[in-house]
Design a protein around this ligand. Structure first.
Ligand code: ADP
Length: 251
């Protein structure tokens, strides 16, 4: 089983992203924020943030509760619109993106939440397959790809289970499978280990590091930086009261 193990082991074939190599070598920014703010009423959740994220980077977003971390992530996958400033994701200007283009943006982004957000009355298979069904993929391809990704996350034997019957760690592995099944270039994970025991948390982070090794750009909101293997070169960005207060690179 590849899930949760030694990341030195051979990475699974299904995670080979054809886009990855070229983009990593040029390392152009895949996400750009220029003077971005988000206001709710008079309150700034995010204030005047400018940052570039290079393709293939691994980034931790830290900061205390209410610092604006989730809001920042939501603006990148367009669950929220910025009040001011510009966000460019994979060449798409989110301020100008048409409604019809939003699915193309979201296809390039896999999102993982602290509370999993699985659909309770769909099986594990159904939850993961949904992404590819929505993208209009053929059913034979969907079957193959979903089973591959569930093998990788160690959840293939629970393919017919419903999420409420699974542990938190198992649900998060399904959520991770769902996030990567479409081979997105970007993974956004908002406190993905926040409600997991340390072993499950380590498994989730190991998998995200494996996926990152294949070329994906990964942004994680987490307080659990010590769980990250020292073999991953990561940047940490810290927020306080909606503003960017620090950035550091860790090896
Ligand atoms: P974090 O993820 O760092 O805990 P959030 O991004 O969730 O912080 O929130 C940042 C600030 O914006 C907080 O003060 C929060 O109360 C406020 N906020 C977030 N979402 C909303 C919303 N939908 N409506 C009003 N205020 C919000």
């Amino acid at each position: 089983m590849l899930w949760g193990g030694d990341r030195a082991r051979a990475a699974p074939d299904l995670l080979l992203n054809t886009y990855a190599k070229d983009e990593m070598e040029t390392r152009d920014p895949i996400i750009r924020l220029f003077n971005v703010s988000k206001r709710y009423g008079k309150h700034y959740a995010v204030k005047d943030i400018t940052i570039d994220v290079d393709a293939g980077e691994f980034i931790f977003v830290t900061g205390s509760s209410g610092a604006g971390k989730s809001t920042l992530m939501k603006m990148i996958y367009l669950a929220e619109r910025a009040s001011q400033g510009q966000i460019i994701v994979d060449g798409m200007n989110l301020d100008r993106i048409s409604h019809a283009r939003i699915p193309y943006l979201r296809r390039n982004i896999g999102v993982i939440f602290q509370d999993f957000k699985l659909i309770p009355n769909k099986t594990v298979y159904g939850n993961v397959a949904l992404v590819l069904e929505a993208a209009g993929e053929r059913s034979a391809m969907i079957r193959r790809r979903v089973m591959q990704v569930l093998e990788t996350t160690g959840m293939a034997d629970k393919v017919n289970a419903f999420p409420p019957s699974l542990s938190g760690g198992e649900q998060q592995r399904v959520a991770v499978a769902r996030a990567v099944v479409g081979n997105p270039k970007i993974i956004l994970a908002d406190e993905p280990t926040g409600s997991l025991d340390s072993e499950s948390a380590q498994s989730v982070l190991d998998f995200l590091m494996q996926y990152h090794d294949k070329g994906a750009t990964v942004l994680i909101v987490s307080h659990n930086m010590q769980l990250i293997s020292s073999t991953v070169r990561a940047r940490s960005i810290s927020l306080a009261d909606g503003t960017l207060v620090g950035t550091a690179t860790m090896l």
